[in-house]
Design a protein around this ligand. Structure first.
Ligand SMILES: [Fe+2]
Ligand SMILES: [Fe+2]
Length: 410
Protein backbone atom coordinates (compact mmCIF):
# COMPACT_ATOMS: atom_id res chain seq x y z
CA UNK A 1 0.00 0.00 0.00
CA UNK A 2 1.37 3.40 -0.97
CA UNK A 3 1.03 5.70 2.00
CA UNK A 4 1.30 9.47 2.40
CA UNK A 5 1.46 11.51 5.59
CA UNK A 6 0.09 15.02 5.88
CA UNK A 7 0.64 16.66 9.24
CA UNK A 8 -0.37 20.01 10.62
CA UNK A 9 -2.09 21.73 13.50
CA UNK A 10 -5.47 21.68 11.71
CA UNK A 11 -6.58 24.60 13.86
CA UNK A 12 -9.07 24.33 12.24
CA UNK A 13 -8.90 21.93 9.29
CA UNK A 14 -10.08 23.77 6.16
CA UNK A 15 -10.83 23.08 2.51
CA UNK A 16 -7.24 23.93 1.52
CA UNK A 17 -5.96 20.98 3.59
CA UNK A 18 -8.44 18.59 2.01
CA UNK A 19 -7.89 19.95 -1.48
CA UNK A 20 -4.16 19.33 -1.00
CA UNK A 21 -4.87 15.83 0.37
CA UNK A 22 -7.04 15.04 -2.63
CA UNK A 23 -4.37 16.37 -5.01
CA UNK A 24 -1.68 14.22 -3.37
CA UNK A 25 -3.92 11.15 -3.59
CA UNK A 26 -4.74 11.60 -7.25
CA UNK A 27 -1.47 13.06 -8.56
CA UNK A 28 0.87 10.58 -6.87
CA UNK A 29 -1.17 7.38 -7.00
CA UNK A 30 -1.35 7.16 -3.20
CA UNK A 31 -3.59 4.46 -1.72
CA UNK A 32 -4.05 6.09 1.65
CA UNK A 33 -3.19 9.47 3.08
CA UNK A 34 -2.90 9.78 6.87
CA UNK A 35 -3.71 13.07 8.57
CA UNK A 36 -1.73 13.51 11.79
CA UNK A 37 -2.93 16.44 13.90
CA UNK A 38 0.03 17.81 15.87
CA UNK A 39 -0.02 18.13 19.62
CA UNK A 40 2.36 21.08 19.59
CA UNK A 41 3.88 21.90 16.25
CA UNK A 42 7.60 22.67 16.48
CA UNK A 43 6.96 25.56 14.05
CA UNK A 44 4.42 27.21 16.31
CA UNK A 45 6.70 27.48 19.34
CA UNK A 46 7.43 30.98 20.49
CA UNK A 47 10.81 32.15 19.32
CA UNK A 48 12.10 32.15 22.89
CA UNK A 49 11.52 28.39 22.89
CA UNK A 50 8.58 28.47 25.30
CA UNK A 51 6.23 25.61 24.68
CA UNK A 52 2.74 26.93 24.07
CA UNK A 53 -0.48 25.66 22.57
CA UNK A 54 -0.28 26.09 18.80
CA UNK A 55 -2.93 28.82 18.78
CA UNK A 56 -5.79 29.79 21.03
CA UNK A 57 -9.38 28.78 20.59
CA UNK A 58 -9.43 24.99 20.24
CA UNK A 59 -8.06 22.09 22.29
CA UNK A 60 -6.27 19.09 20.84
CA UNK A 61 -9.49 17.15 21.25
CA UNK A 62 -11.43 19.84 19.34
CA UNK A 63 -8.89 19.78 16.51
CA UNK A 64 -8.95 15.98 16.33
CA UNK A 65 -12.75 15.91 16.36
CA UNK A 66 -12.88 18.43 13.52
CA UNK A 67 -10.45 16.38 11.42
CA UNK A 68 -12.40 13.18 12.05
CA UNK A 69 -15.70 14.88 11.20
CA UNK A 70 -14.26 16.21 7.93
CA UNK A 71 -13.28 12.95 6.25
CA UNK A 72 -16.51 11.04 6.75
CA UNK A 73 -16.96 8.13 4.35
CA UNK A 74 -13.75 8.86 2.41
CA UNK A 75 -11.87 5.56 2.59
CA UNK A 76 -8.73 7.06 1.02
CA UNK A 77 -8.03 9.20 4.09
CA UNK A 78 -7.00 7.90 7.51
CA UNK A 79 -6.65 9.90 10.72
CA UNK A 80 -4.06 9.04 13.36
CA UNK A 81 -3.95 10.70 16.78
CA UNK A 82 -0.41 9.48 17.55
CA UNK A 83 1.02 12.99 18.02
CA UNK A 84 -1.74 14.00 20.42
CA UNK A 85 -1.33 10.76 22.37
CA UNK A 86 2.43 11.21 22.52
CA UNK A 87 2.02 14.73 23.95
CA UNK A 88 4.76 17.38 24.03
CA UNK A 89 6.26 18.80 20.86
CA UNK A 90 5.32 16.77 17.76
CA UNK A 91 8.51 15.94 15.94
CA UNK A 92 8.05 14.54 12.44
CA UNK A 93 10.89 12.03 12.86
CA UNK A 94 9.09 10.33 15.78
CA UNK A 95 5.82 10.28 13.86
CA UNK A 96 7.48 8.78 10.81
CA UNK A 97 9.05 5.99 12.88
CA UNK A 98 5.76 5.05 14.49
CA UNK A 99 3.79 5.19 11.25
CA UNK A 100 6.32 2.94 9.50
CA UNK A 101 6.28 0.55 12.45
CA UNK A 102 2.51 0.25 12.68
CA UNK A 103 1.34 0.65 9.06
CA UNK A 104 4.19 -1.25 7.34
CA UNK A 105 3.72 0.54 4.02
CA UNK A 106 4.95 -1.36 0.96
CA UNK A 107 7.71 1.17 0.21
CA UNK A 108 8.82 4.44 1.78
CA UNK A 109 5.88 6.58 2.79
CA UNK A 110 5.46 9.95 1.13
CA UNK A 111 5.87 12.87 3.53
CA UNK A 112 4.10 15.99 2.31
CA UNK A 113 5.77 19.26 3.33
CA UNK A 114 4.55 22.75 2.62
CA UNK A 115 7.02 25.02 0.84
CA UNK A 116 6.47 27.47 3.71
CA UNK A 117 8.33 25.05 5.99
CA UNK A 118 10.79 23.53 3.52
CA UNK A 119 13.27 26.40 3.74
CA UNK A 120 14.18 25.56 7.33
CA UNK A 121 14.09 21.81 6.91
CA UNK A 122 17.79 21.24 7.67
CA UNK A 123 17.11 22.63 11.17
CA UNK A 124 14.45 19.98 11.86
CA UNK A 125 15.06 17.34 14.48
CA UNK A 126 16.76 14.34 12.77
CA UNK A 127 16.28 15.83 9.30
CA UNK A 128 18.75 13.37 7.74
CA UNK A 129 16.77 10.40 9.05
CA UNK A 130 13.52 11.81 7.72
CA UNK A 131 14.81 12.11 4.17
CA UNK A 132 16.24 8.58 4.33
CA UNK A 133 13.00 7.02 5.55
CA UNK A 134 10.43 8.96 3.52
CA UNK A 135 9.97 10.27 0.00
CA UNK A 136 9.65 14.01 0.41
CA UNK A 137 7.00 15.80 -1.62
CA UNK A 138 6.98 19.58 -1.41
CA UNK A 139 3.59 21.13 -1.94
CA UNK A 140 2.92 24.78 -2.70
CA UNK A 141 1.28 26.49 0.25
CA UNK A 142 2.18 30.11 -0.24
CA UNK A 143 1.41 32.10 -3.37
CA UNK A 144 4.63 33.43 -4.85
CA UNK A 145 4.74 37.18 -5.34
CA UNK A 146 4.22 38.40 -8.91
CA UNK A 147 7.92 39.23 -9.06
CA UNK A 148 8.53 35.48 -9.09
CA UNK A 149 10.71 35.16 -6.00
CA UNK A 150 12.37 31.80 -5.69
CA UNK A 151 11.03 28.76 -3.92
CA UNK A 152 13.29 28.16 -0.91
CA UNK A 153 16.16 25.83 -1.68
CA UNK A 154 15.68 22.28 -0.44
CA UNK A 155 19.01 20.47 -0.45
CA UNK A 156 17.68 16.88 -0.27
CA UNK A 157 16.06 14.58 -2.82
CA UNK A 158 12.42 15.56 -3.26
CA UNK A 159 9.56 15.96 -5.69
CA UNK A 160 7.67 19.21 -6.17
CA UNK A 161 3.91 18.90 -6.38
CA UNK A 162 2.48 21.32 -8.91
CA UNK A 163 -0.66 21.83 -6.87
CA UNK A 164 -2.88 24.85 -7.19
CA UNK A 165 -3.04 26.96 -4.07
CA UNK A 166 -6.36 27.50 -2.40
CA UNK A 167 -6.02 30.80 -0.67
CA UNK A 168 -7.27 29.69 2.76
CA UNK A 169 -5.30 29.40 5.98
CA UNK A 170 -6.32 28.33 9.46
CA UNK A 171 -5.27 31.74 10.79
CA UNK A 172 -7.51 33.42 8.24
CA UNK A 173 -10.47 31.21 9.22
CA UNK A 174 -9.92 31.94 12.92
CA UNK A 175 -9.67 35.67 12.25
CA UNK A 176 -12.84 35.65 10.14
CA UNK A 177 -14.77 33.75 12.80
CA UNK A 178 -13.72 36.00 15.65
CA UNK A 179 -14.44 39.18 13.70
CA UNK A 180 -17.87 38.00 12.52
CA UNK A 181 -17.01 37.68 8.79
CA UNK A 182 -18.20 34.85 6.53
CA UNK A 183 -16.25 31.63 7.17
CA UNK A 184 -18.68 28.69 7.18
CA UNK A 185 -17.95 27.27 3.75
CA UNK A 186 -14.18 27.60 4.00
CA UNK A 187 -14.19 24.50 6.20
CA UNK A 188 -15.75 21.04 5.68
CA UNK A 189 -19.28 20.57 6.95
CA UNK A 190 -18.30 18.38 9.90
CA UNK A 191 -15.76 20.93 11.14
CA UNK A 192 -18.30 23.75 10.73
CA UNK A 193 -20.84 21.95 12.90
CA UNK A 194 -18.26 21.39 15.66
CA UNK A 195 -17.03 25.02 15.55
CA UNK A 196 -20.62 26.26 15.87
CA UNK A 197 -21.65 23.70 18.41
CA UNK A 198 -18.70 24.39 20.74
CA UNK A 199 -18.39 28.10 20.00
CA UNK A 200 -14.74 27.68 18.97
CA UNK A 201 -12.68 30.74 18.00
CA UNK A 202 -15.55 32.90 19.25
CA UNK A 203 -18.15 31.49 16.84
CA UNK A 204 -21.77 32.28 17.56
CA UNK A 205 -24.16 29.33 17.49
CA UNK A 206 -26.22 29.08 14.28
CA UNK A 207 -29.69 30.58 14.23
CA UNK A 208 -32.17 27.98 15.46
CA UNK A 209 -34.24 26.39 12.73
CA UNK A 210 -37.16 24.80 14.56
CA UNK A 211 -38.91 21.91 12.92
CA UNK A 212 -36.16 21.17 10.37
CA UNK A 213 -34.69 17.69 10.27
CA UNK A 214 -31.08 17.69 11.51
CA UNK A 215 -29.55 15.69 8.70
CA UNK A 216 -29.27 16.93 5.15
CA UNK A 217 -28.99 14.68 2.14
CA UNK A 218 -26.22 12.36 3.19
CA UNK A 219 -25.28 8.96 1.98
CA UNK A 220 -26.29 6.09 4.20
CA UNK A 221 -22.70 5.35 5.17
CA UNK A 222 -22.03 8.99 6.04
CA UNK A 223 -25.17 9.06 8.18
CA UNK A 224 -24.08 5.94 10.07
CA UNK A 225 -20.55 7.29 10.46
CA UNK A 226 -21.89 10.57 11.91
CA UNK A 227 -24.08 8.64 14.34
CA UNK A 228 -21.19 6.41 15.45
CA UNK A 229 -18.82 9.35 15.90
CA UNK A 230 -21.37 11.01 18.18
CA UNK A 231 -21.45 8.10 20.64
CA UNK A 232 -17.81 6.95 20.81
CA UNK A 233 -14.67 8.44 22.36
CA UNK A 234 -12.13 9.66 19.78
CA UNK A 235 -9.83 6.68 20.42
CA UNK A 236 -12.63 4.16 19.94
CA UNK A 237 -13.87 6.02 16.87
CA UNK A 238 -10.39 6.00 15.32
CA UNK A 239 -10.27 2.24 15.97
CA UNK A 240 -13.67 1.91 14.25
CA UNK A 241 -12.59 3.94 11.28
CA UNK A 242 -9.33 1.98 10.95
CA UNK A 243 -11.35 -1.22 11.15
CA UNK A 244 -13.61 0.09 8.37
CA UNK A 245 -10.64 1.01 6.17
CA UNK A 246 -8.90 -2.34 6.63
CA UNK A 247 -12.13 -4.32 6.27
CA UNK A 248 -12.73 -2.52 2.99
CA UNK A 249 -9.16 -3.24 1.81
CA UNK A 250 -9.55 -6.92 2.71
CA UNK A 251 -12.99 -7.14 1.10
CA UNK A 252 -11.68 -5.74 -2.15
CA UNK A 253 -8.63 -7.99 -2.01
CA UNK A 254 -10.88 -11.05 -1.69
CA UNK A 255 -13.59 -9.96 -4.15
CA UNK A 256 -16.24 -8.98 -1.56
CA UNK A 257 -18.37 -5.83 -1.29
CA UNK A 258 -15.96 -3.13 -0.06
CA UNK A 259 -18.66 -0.61 0.81
CA UNK A 260 -20.56 -3.12 2.94
CA UNK A 261 -17.31 -3.99 4.72
CA UNK A 262 -16.64 -0.30 5.43
CA UNK A 263 -20.15 0.15 6.81
CA UNK A 264 -19.85 -2.88 9.11
CA UNK A 265 -16.40 -1.77 10.26
CA UNK A 266 -17.57 1.75 11.10
CA UNK A 267 -20.55 0.44 13.07
CA UNK A 268 -19.17 -2.68 14.75
CA UNK A 269 -18.39 -1.06 18.13
CA UNK A 270 -21.20 1.50 18.22
CA UNK A 271 -22.72 -0.12 21.33
CA UNK A 272 -19.36 -0.59 23.06
CA UNK A 273 -19.70 2.41 25.36
CA UNK A 274 -23.26 1.74 26.47
CA UNK A 275 -23.86 0.37 29.97
CA UNK A 276 -23.94 -3.43 30.35
CA UNK A 277 -27.68 -3.22 31.12
CA UNK A 278 -28.33 -1.33 27.89
CA UNK A 279 -26.20 -3.79 25.89
CA UNK A 280 -28.08 -6.74 27.36
CA UNK A 281 -31.47 -5.14 26.75
CA UNK A 282 -30.63 -4.44 23.10
CA UNK A 283 -29.19 -7.92 22.50
CA UNK A 284 -32.30 -9.54 23.97
CA UNK A 285 -34.35 -7.95 21.20
CA UNK A 286 -32.28 -10.00 18.78
CA UNK A 287 -33.21 -13.44 20.08
CA UNK A 288 -31.98 -15.74 22.78
CA UNK A 289 -29.18 -14.79 25.12
CA UNK A 290 -27.32 -17.69 26.73
CA UNK A 291 -26.46 -18.00 30.43
CA UNK A 292 -22.77 -17.44 29.65
CA UNK A 293 -23.59 -14.26 27.71
CA UNK A 294 -25.85 -13.03 30.50
CA UNK A 295 -22.91 -13.38 32.91
CA UNK A 296 -20.63 -11.45 30.55
CA UNK A 297 -22.90 -9.03 28.64
CA UNK A 298 -19.89 -7.08 27.31
CA UNK A 299 -19.56 -9.89 24.76
CA UNK A 300 -22.94 -8.88 23.36
CA UNK A 301 -21.90 -5.39 22.23
CA UNK A 302 -21.74 -6.62 18.63
CA UNK A 303 -25.27 -7.98 18.69
CA UNK A 304 -26.48 -4.81 20.41
CA UNK A 305 -24.85 -2.71 17.67
CA UNK A 306 -26.60 -4.77 15.00
CA UNK A 307 -29.95 -4.05 16.66
CA UNK A 308 -29.17 -0.30 16.72
CA UNK A 309 -28.18 -0.43 13.04
CA UNK A 310 -31.37 -2.19 12.04
CA UNK A 311 -33.85 -0.37 14.23
CA UNK A 312 -32.44 3.15 14.40
CA UNK A 313 -30.45 3.52 11.20
CA UNK A 314 -32.42 1.39 8.78
CA UNK A 315 -29.61 -0.97 7.77
CA UNK A 316 -30.97 -4.35 6.69
CA UNK A 317 -28.06 -5.82 4.73
CA UNK A 318 -27.70 -9.32 6.22
CA UNK A 319 -23.96 -9.58 5.65
CA UNK A 320 -23.37 -6.25 7.38
CA UNK A 321 -25.56 -7.18 10.35
CA UNK A 322 -23.87 -10.58 10.66
CA UNK A 323 -20.39 -9.02 10.57
CA UNK A 324 -21.32 -6.51 13.28
CA UNK A 325 -23.11 -9.11 15.43
CA UNK A 326 -20.26 -11.60 15.58
CA UNK A 327 -17.14 -9.45 15.44
CA UNK A 328 -16.40 -10.03 19.14
CA UNK A 329 -16.37 -13.81 19.44
CA UNK A 330 -16.73 -15.11 15.92
CA UNK A 331 -19.41 -17.67 15.14
CA UNK A 332 -19.54 -21.02 13.42
CA UNK A 333 -20.53 -20.65 9.77
CA UNK A 334 -19.94 -16.90 9.58
CA UNK A 335 -19.67 -15.60 6.04
CA UNK A 336 -16.64 -14.05 4.30
CA UNK A 337 -17.63 -10.42 4.96
CA UNK A 338 -17.96 -11.18 8.69
CA UNK A 339 -14.55 -12.84 8.58
CA UNK A 340 -12.99 -9.79 6.94
CA UNK A 341 -14.47 -7.48 9.59
CA UNK A 342 -13.39 -9.83 12.39
CA UNK A 343 -9.82 -9.82 11.06
CA UNK A 344 -9.76 -6.04 10.58
CA UNK A 345 -11.05 -5.43 14.11
CA UNK A 346 -8.23 -7.49 15.59
CA UNK A 347 -5.27 -6.26 13.54
CA UNK A 348 -5.97 -2.65 12.43
CA UNK A 349 -3.11 -0.20 12.80
CA UNK A 350 -4.06 1.43 16.12
CA UNK A 351 -3.99 -1.94 17.95
CA UNK A 352 -0.88 -2.25 20.08
CA UNK A 353 -0.22 -5.97 20.69
CA UNK A 354 -0.22 -7.32 17.18
CA UNK A 355 1.79 -10.21 15.84
CA UNK A 356 4.34 -8.76 13.36
CA UNK A 357 3.02 -11.08 10.67
CA UNK A 358 -0.35 -9.34 10.84
CA UNK A 359 1.25 -5.90 10.88
CA UNK A 360 2.81 -6.72 7.52
CA UNK A 361 -0.48 -7.96 6.25
CA UNK A 362 -2.40 -4.86 7.28
CA UNK A 363 0.30 -2.85 5.52
CA UNK A 364 -0.46 -4.75 2.35
CA UNK A 365 2.13 -7.43 2.01
CA UNK A 366 0.59 -9.66 -0.69
CA UNK A 367 -2.11 -12.06 0.46
CA UNK A 368 -0.37 -15.40 0.70
CA UNK A 369 -3.38 -16.77 2.56
CA UNK A 370 -6.94 -17.46 1.68
CA UNK A 371 -9.42 -15.33 3.63
CA UNK A 372 -10.36 -18.39 5.70
CA UNK A 373 -6.71 -19.17 6.42
CA UNK A 374 -6.13 -15.64 7.57
CA UNK A 375 -9.29 -15.67 9.66
CA UNK A 376 -8.16 -18.82 11.43
CA UNK A 377 -4.67 -17.42 12.07
CA UNK A 378 -6.05 -14.19 13.53
CA UNK A 379 -8.58 -16.13 15.60
CA UNK A 380 -5.91 -18.39 17.06
CA UNK A 381 -3.66 -15.44 17.77
CA UNK A 382 -6.59 -13.72 19.48
CA UNK A 383 -7.21 -16.73 21.74
CA UNK A 384 -3.51 -16.83 22.60
CA UNK A 385 -3.60 -13.10 23.42
CA UNK A 386 -6.74 -13.40 25.58
CA UNK A 387 -5.13 -16.20 27.57
CA UNK A 388 -1.97 -14.15 28.02
CA UNK A 389 -4.14 -11.38 29.46
CA UNK A 390 -5.66 -13.89 31.89
CA UNK A 391 -9.02 -13.73 30.06
CA UNK A 392 -11.14 -16.73 29.18
CA UNK A 393 -12.09 -16.78 25.46
CA UNK A 394 -15.83 -17.13 24.76
CA UNK A 395 -17.19 -20.61 24.08
CA UNK A 396 -18.09 -19.63 20.52
CA UNK A 397 -14.49 -18.59 19.88
CA UNK A 398 -12.98 -21.75 21.33
CA UNK A 399 -15.41 -23.81 19.27
CA UNK A 400 -14.10 -22.16 16.12
CA UNK A 401 -10.47 -22.72 17.02
CA UNK A 402 -10.68 -26.33 18.03
CA UNK A 403 -13.43 -27.79 15.88
CA UNK A 404 -12.60 -27.87 12.23
CA UNK A 405 -13.06 -25.33 9.49
CA UNK A 406 -15.45 -22.56 10.50
CA UNK A 407 -16.62 -22.17 6.94
CA UNK A 408 -17.86 -25.72 6.68
CA UNK A 409 -19.87 -25.52 9.86
CA UNK A 410 -23.24 -23.89 9.68
FE1 LIG B 1 -15.83 -4.79 19.57
FE1 LIG C 1 -13.54 -3.26 17.72
Amino acid sequence: MKLAILGGSFNPIHLGHLYLADTVLSALGIDRLILTPANISPFKLHTAGTVTEPAPGASGRDRLDMVLASVTADPRIGVDDLELRRGGVSYTADTLDEIIDRYRPGGKPVLVLGDDLAGNFSLWSRAGEIVRKADIVIARRVALPASGANVPAFPFPHTCLQNEIMDISSGMVRERISSGKAWRYLVPRGARLIIEDRGLYGAAPPAAAPGLPPAGILSLTARVEDAVRAVLSPGRFIHSRNTALLARDLARRYGLDGEAAYLAGIAHDMAKQLSLEEILALAERDGSVTEGERKNPGLLHGRAAAVLLRERLGIHNRDVLEAVSFHTTGKAGMGPLAQAVFIADKIEVSRQDIHPRFRDLAGNAGPADSLEGLFRAVLEDNVRWLKQQGLEPAEETLGLVFHGDPVERS
